[in-house]
Each structure stands twice: as C-alpha cells, then as structure tokens.
Design a protein around this ligand. Structure first.
Ligand code: FES
Length: 56
C-alpha cells in the first residue's frame, strides 16, 4: 500500500529501508524522499516504521 502519495513510496519500501538499517523518519526522508512534499504521510509512515522496527 502506498504511504507517501506525493512520492509514491509504499509500506514495503519503508520495511526494506528498515532492513537496510534505517531507524528514523529523518533518515527515511533523506533516503527515500518520504514526506518532502505535503507531509500528510508522516504520522502513518511513523507507525509503519515503528512496526517494522518492532518486528525485527
Ligand atoms: Fe508524503 Fe505528501 S503524501 S509528502
């Protein structure tokens, strides 16, 4: 499912980023460009990020 509509970033891509060592929204923003436009995706992206980190 797409999390960041503006930049076409899916929950799967966020999980893959976590597998590669990403642990923060700031890093997701830097690496994938997530949240760099309207910013509406940030709170859901944070949930997906924490869930992915928690399931490691
Ligand atoms: Fe992510 Fe707009 S939905 S920046």
């Amino acid at each position: 499912m797409i999390v960041c509509v503006c930049n076409n970033i899916s929950d799967r891509e966020i999980r893959q980023a976590v597998d590669l060592g990403i642990t923060s929204i700031v890093a997701l923003r830097e690496e994938l460009g997530l949240g760099t436009d309207c910013g509406k995706c940030i709170s859901y992206a944070r949930e997906v990020l924490h869930e992915a980190i928690g399931s490691k």
